[in-house]
Design a protein around this ligand. Structure first.
Ligand SMILES: Nc1ncnc2c1ncn2[C@@H]1O[C@H](COP(=O)(O)OP(=O)(O)OP(=O)(O)O)[C@@H](O)[C@H]1O
Length: 325
């Protein structure tokens, strides 16, 4: 089965040259001459470190993680706007550059031509994608936001620009849609309505959608794959149903837990004590002791527990690997 995205040993580091800063905040030439070694040492920031994962085609993948986790970096690599430092990434079974016509990418800052009108922006979208353009969906998204087709992009609010950017992306009728926090500046009603349009359209056309978001509760019920990044690494990856089933949220009396240590056989992702109650997210290894009340976590509980416990062991559930076992 073809993968929407496949990463093998994928790393991305960003380089920057540190300049010595003098007392008044400007570059100090004496420091520059005296400490040549220090002035030219490259400062490397890790965007992604040794990522291995496979995202199957079809369905909606939620890409989550704390600020700086590497979500935007991964989306830009998948879109072919960045090149890996090491390892490889393929999209739709080929290089991101070769897949460019078949994918659409909406960056966090939604770059559009400010001097064009909404109608001219859509016309440009059509001209650039003559073979694939779906004017019906693009015009519907714009119309649902009651945007004036004659309005200049620069006169639109942030949320209205997002709507135009999504209209362009869906109008391209992509096989893979990469969205970087697409709903961040939409009001709750627009968010709800556009999410509905996006999901229905993706389901109808079999589009794979990868969507980064910090609003995890809103992804519940709409995504079927999860990729959780932390510090440039994969923390959780796999079909959402399987990841949820691999975890159990247990609650019990804190004293019982401490004295009996009944959670020891399991992998404890995170545990918290509130008053006399202890709640823990575990990956069970065998039956859970009867003193614990087990429930399946929600997506939000799963993600929050992993965000609170950045050192918890990672878990990747790959459909292909499981089928092979
Ligand atoms: N152009 C760049 N130059 C230098 N460092 C960069 C660049 N782009 C990203 N980084 C660094 O790479 C890391 C990952 O950044 P990235 O923007 O991918 O995170 P993110 O998960 O999208 O964060 P956020 O949730 O805040 O949008 C961060 O440490 C960031 O500082």
């Amino acid at each position: 089965m073809i993968s929407a995205i496949e990463a093998a040993g994928l790393s991305k580091r960003f380089g920057a040259w540190k300049r010595p800063i003098g007392a008044r905040g400007c570059v100090d030439m004496r420091l520059r001459r005296g400490a040549r070694q220090a002035t030219t040492a490259p400062q490397r920031t890790t965007g992604l470190a040794d990522l291995d994962f496979r995202l199957p085609a079809g369905g909606i993948c939620a890409l989550v993680g704390p600020n700086g986790a590497g979500k935007s970096t991964l989306l830009a690599l998948a879109a072919g706007l960045l090149k890996p430092t090491e390892g490889s990434i393929t999209t739709l079974g080929t290089t991101p550059a070769a897949a460019r016509e078949r994918l659409a990418y909406v960056a966090q800052d939604k770059p559009l031509h400010p001097h064009l009108t909404v109608a001219a922006t859509l016309r440009l979208g059509r001209e650039l994608n003559l073979r694939r353009w779906d004017s019906a969906v693009a015009e519907r998204i714009v119309a649902e936001g009651e945007l004036d087709p004659g309005a200049k992009i620069r006169s639109l609010s942030g949320g209205q620009r997002t709507r135009v950017a999504l209209a362009l992306a869906l109008g391209k009728r992509p096989e893979l849609l990469l969205l970087d926090e697409p709903m961040a500046d939409l009001d709750p009603l627009a968010r709800h309505q556009l999410t509905g349009t996006l999901m229905a359209d993706a389901a109808e056309h079999g589009t794979t959608v990868v969507m980064s978001s910090h609003v995890v509760a809103e992804l519940e019920g709409s995504c079927d794959h999860l990729l959780l990044l932390g510090a440039g690494r994969v923390r959780l990856a796999g079909p959402l149903e399987d990841l949820l089933a691999a975890h159990t949220l247990v609650t019990g009396r804190a004293e019982d837990a401490l004295t009996e240590d009944t959670l020891a056989p399991h992998t404890v992702v995170e545990s918290r004590t509130t008053g006399r109650q202890l709640t823990a997210l575990i990956r069970p290894d065998g039956p859970v002791a009867a003193s614990w009340q087990p429930t399946e976590p929600t997506l939000e509980e799963l993600v929050l527990a992993h965000l609170r416990a950045p050192d918890a062991p990672p878990l990747t559930l790959d459909e292909a690997q499981e089928a092979a076992v």
